[in-house]
Write a protein that binds this ligand. Structure first.
Ligand code: HEC
Length: 557
């Protein structure tokens, strides 16, 4: 009689076993590098050098809980690590190649394939390039592992922790960020999640802004190009479609699409507002800023043709930065990411001839030559032949949201880190915020370090233990009696933790974990009275309630 084939456990059995059993770290470490069976190490380094196709896992145990690590192996395509999606390229000679993007320049691309081979493709040879919904990491890697072996591998991953850096503690970053005894509560502000009606794939919200001088009226932006007008009433809310740009907005997985809206300082008179989003033009992805107008009834877009203010062509499509906002000086500030790929291999952020990896400042009320705007006379690089005059500050990777403190005028900005550190900074005229020479407080690369340049350090930086993608917020200026008055509130998209911090002369004074959000924290909004709202990527808006808790009542470790 034939022997019954050995049963391969189901995904659920692997998951359940690994959640409820302890594994052997040493055996797990051996499995990780074993070439013939799993070959995890073919695609993942664990020394922080990020030399392979997959993300470096040196801090996997800090960044992910046990359940997430298990799912990362069992269902690689369920969530794709930002910047590590699979790119598929069809060449004119009829070949199809795929891999993770490692380098992109004006003349070509480099992909790393599943075998760890670096493939170079000349731009001229590319017929089509697209992203894939599938991870380069194969499914079914667990097949052939016993339940105990799978658990050993999981156990090993949980032990991969980021070494506490001596440098960061020198800069006043606490090893442990204390939690409040009673967290700030995030109360649902709307009765149901905002979802796209007929979308095949539900993606996310990106921004929530009060319409000026209309209390209780807000615009909510969806990354695929839909804008809702939300009127909050005594009994609930009225939601209307304000504008639908989905046929125009270029959207792919990741932090792109329709990103933000800003209102002209004289909005009540001229009804002008500004959007930042991505489009696909002439075979390239570009980030654009357009000027549009509200209809006379202030309930929808006027339908008048928009005016294109600015076009910034991306290099590798990623990292286009979050927001645009008017400053207290009446100028429009726009932030751009380095546009990737990861590590900024071309040094965009340090290159003053490019608008990538920069905070820009423009005068929207005048135009100059061919530009859809004018350059404010006091911009720091005006008149310098080697620099673009739009630049206000530079050295950013993927700055995801900035805001102005309405009392002090300070510009607070959060920049999403590469492999190790997230950072929050106050940004002033002409400053260099370091990327990719520095990541947070720590040196990253000397490739684009130039003689004589100085760097501004962040106020606050945190590591994988607390999150992997910072979302900038606001200095709370609501209730003057609140212990949170003057506290900068931000958080992390992935870990959903909310942080509150204070500073003095550019140095961190206090930082707390002040709460968590039920959904991915994609943005924070403020209304004119100073209330703060957290935007959940999955569709919910929350109002942050600072009553009944105190910034200085922290849990003892
Ligand atoms: C063929 C290359 C390849 C192999 C082999 C591979 N991975 Fe991956 N892995 C990737 C890529 C690419 C990603 C990023 C895309 C994604 O999130 O799925 C990834 C993501 C991950 C992540 C999530 C990391 C993050 O930052 O989100 C974990 C954990 C992981 N892999 C563990 C493993 C383990 C354990 C093995 C061995 C069983 C393994 N991988 C084998 C390519 C690979």
């Amino acid at each position: 009689m034939a022997k019954a084939p050995a049963q391969t456990p189901s995904l659920e059995e692997y998951r359940k076993f690994a959640l409820t059993h302890e594994g052997d770290v040493e055996r797990g470490a051996k499995l990780f590098v074993e070439e013939t069976r799993l070959a995890c190490s073919k695609c993942h380094s664990v020394d922080g050098r990020a030399t392979k196709a997959g993300p470096d896992l040196f801090a996997a145990g800090d960044a992910f809980g046990r359940r997430d690590l298990i799912d990362a192996i069992l269902k690689p395509s369920a969530t794709i690590a930002p910047g590590y999606g699979t790119v598929i390229v069809e060449t004119k000679s009829g070949d199809t190649v795929q891999g993770v993007l490692k380098q992109a320049t004006a003349t070509g691309l480099q992909l790393m394939d599943a075998e760890g081979k670096l493939l170079s493709i000349a731009k001229a040879d590319i017929k089509e390039q697209r992203g894939s919904a599938l991870s380069l990491m194969p499914e079914g890697l667990q097949t052939g592992l016993s339940l105990q072996e799978f658990t050993d591998l999981t156990e090993y991953l949980t032990t991969l922790r980021q070494p506490e850096s001596a440098q960061a503690s020198h800069h006043g970053m606490p090893k442990v960020i204390p939690q409040l005894v009673k967290p700030v509560s995030a109360r649902p502000f709307i009765s149901e999640e905002l979802k796209l009606p007929r979308a095949k794939v539900q993606t996310g919200l990106t921004s929530f802004r009060q319409v000026p001088a209309m209390s209780n009226v807000f615009l909510v932006l969806h990354q695929q190009g839909v804008i809702w007008l939300l009127e909050k009433t005594a009994t609930g809310e009225i939601k209307t479609l304000f504008s639908d740009l989905s046929s125009e907005v270029f959207y792919e997985r990741g932090p792109n699409g329709l990103l933000d809206v800003a209102f002209h300082p004289k909005f009540r008179q001229n009804r002008k507002y500004y959007l930042k989003y991505q489009v696909f033009e002439e075979g390239k992805v570009a980030t654009i800023v357009v000027e549009k107008t509200f209809a006379l009834d202030f309930k929808r877009d006027s339908g008048n043709p928009p005016r294109r203010v600015m076009t910034i062509v991306s290099v590798a499509e990623d990292h286009s930065g979050g927001c645009l906002q008017f400053g207290p000086d009446g100028f429009l500030y726009i932030v751009m990411g380095d546009t990737g790929p990861h590590h900024d291999p071309n040094g965009h952020a340090q290159n003053l001839q490019l608008l990538l990896g920069k905070l820009l400042r423009i005068d929207i009320d005048r135009t100059e030559g061919v530009l859809g705007y004018a350059i404010p006379k006091d911009n720091p690089f005006v008149g310098m032949p080697e620099a673009r005059p739009e630049i206000w500050a530079y050295g950013f990777r993927n700055p995801w949201r900035f805001s102005f403190d309405r009392i002090t005028g300070d510009l607070w900005l959060a920049d999403v880190g590469q492999d190790r550190q997230e950072e929050v900074a106050i940004v002033r005229r002409g400053e260099n915020h370091g990327w990719n020479v520095y990541e947070g407080f720590e040196p990253f690369s000397n490739q684009y370090r130039r003689e004589g340049r100085s760097f501004t350090q962040p106020i606050f930086s945190y590591k994988r233990k607390y999150g992997i993608s910072v979302t900038g917020g606001y200095v709370y200026r609501g209730d003057k009696q609140s212990s949170f008055y003057g506290v900068y509130v931000c958080g992390d998209y992935m870990s959903k933790r909310l942080f509150g911090l204070t500073q003095e002369n550019g140095k961190l004074k206090a930082v707390r974990q002040i709460g968590t959000l039920p959904q991915g924290l994609v943005s924070i909004g403020a209304d004119e009275t100073g209330n703060l709202y957290a935007v959940g990527f999955e569709g919910m808006i929350y109002q942050l309630d600072f009553g009944g808790t105190h910034f200085d009542e922290i849990k003892k470790e």
